[in-house]
Design a protein around this ligand. Structure first.
Ligand code: SAM
Length: 330
């Protein structure tokens, strides 16, 4: 009987020891947060920008919030590491829970397609290495190193529909006119307070803003790209010229220019030519200024050259006055 009791006691002790080991192991195991990459995909693909979303499942074993402090990643396809970044973000995982978080990064989509040498709508195999820093309640910042492989779908660039026309891309990309060239263009236009300036493809809005600030005249900037419109509006606000400058998201080839008497352009020679039917409707005595590019078939009144102190390059400015002096060859 004593022997049986001893055996029973020993078995009970062993069972208790095993159980407590298991419990200890569970505590130790669940002490550390874990994470895994579930998917990577694109969202909100615009003409220029796209959001790259990292969907990550994070397991928070703590009875307190687990803040995600920062992350950095690299994306590789074959031997081509086409993207590395450390985007800013803010998120926290609720106590004792497993959550799917989306960590976004904004990328220049056109540049990404170019560095991948890939077409929209195609799919590329990728490998990612991602480091996620979390702020653990007792041990401070911990790095979770994550890896994932998969197929990344490259969506079509977003279409933009303005006034019934659908665009897949801009007629010309954004490159700004250096400020000293802007000043010279407006000086050549002999701007006066009663003039109305239209900048066709206004970029960051520097031409309408300068016209309003320096000459006190009204100006309108048109651009098709929503990012440029946003930038221009910020520029207008920053310079306190909201009472004089308007910015509109419009396709320049649909505009009625008859109310303006000064037009500024920094487009391309072929686009200047495409604008001729609209420019012919300007009032007599209107001035058209083009940075760097001529307008085949129309004789300029003046062409000047200047070297900008911003880029040390030579720039040309063309001036035409209406009625346009058409000629067959230029
Ligand atoms: C070379 S940038 C000139 C920016 C500004 N005018 C300057 O001189 O600093 C040309 C601008 O035209 C815009 N653009 C291109 N195609 C357009 C279109 N069809 N309608 C309106 N804007 C357009 C682009 O988004 C870009 O901001």
């Amino acid at each position: 009987m004593t022997g049986m009791r001893r055996l029973f006691f020993s078995l009970a002790l062993a069972a208790f020891f095993l159980a407590s080991c298991q419990t200890n192991q569970q505590v130790l195991h669940s002490d550390k947060p874990t994470a895994r990459i579930v998917d990577i995909k694109f969202q909100d693909v615009q003409l220029d920008y796209a959001t790259l979303l990292f969907e990550i499942e994070v397991d928070n074993p703590y009875p307190a919030d687990l803040p995600l402090v920062s992350f950095n990643y690299s994306l590789t396809s074959g031997s081509n590491t086409f993207l590395t970044a450390a985007p800013a973000h803010a998120a926290a995982i609720a106590p004792n829970s497993k959550e799917l978080v989306s960590l976004p990064d904004e990328v220049i989509y056109a540049r990404l397609l170019k560095s991948l040498n890939a077409k929209p709508s195609s799919t590329i195999p990728y490998r990612t290495e991602l480091q996620l820093w979390v702020d653990a309640p007792d041990s401070g910042q911990i790095k979770l190193a994550l890896r994932h492989e998969g197929l990344l779908s490259l969506p079509e660039e977003a279409e933009v529909t303005v006034e019934g026309r659908t665009y897949h891309s801009l007629d010309v990309p954004f490159v700004s006119t250096p400020q000293d060239v802007v000043d010279k263009m407006l000086q050549l236009a002999k701007l006066e307070k009663d003039d109305l300036v239209y900048d066709l493809g206004c970029g960051d809005g520097r031409i309408p803003v300068t016209a309003a600030k320096m000459y006190g005249c009204k100006a309108v900037g048109y651009d098709l790209d929503p990012e440029r419109v946003k930038e221009s509006l910020e520029n207008v606000k920053k310079n306190d010229v909201e009472h004089l400058v308007t910015i509109e998201q419009k396709d320049i080839f649909t505009l009625d220019l008859s109310k303006a008497n000064v037009i500024t352009l920094y487009l391309l020679p072929a686009l200047n030519v495409k604008l001729i039917p609209q420019l012919e409707k300007l009032k007599p005595g209107s001035r058209i200024l083009s940075h760097n590019f001529n307008m085949k078939g129309v004789k300029p009144d003046k062409v000047i050259k200047l070297t900008s102190s911003f880029d040390n390059l030579e720039h040309k400015i063309y001036l035409w006055t209406t009625p346009l002096k058409k000629r067959d060859n230029q």
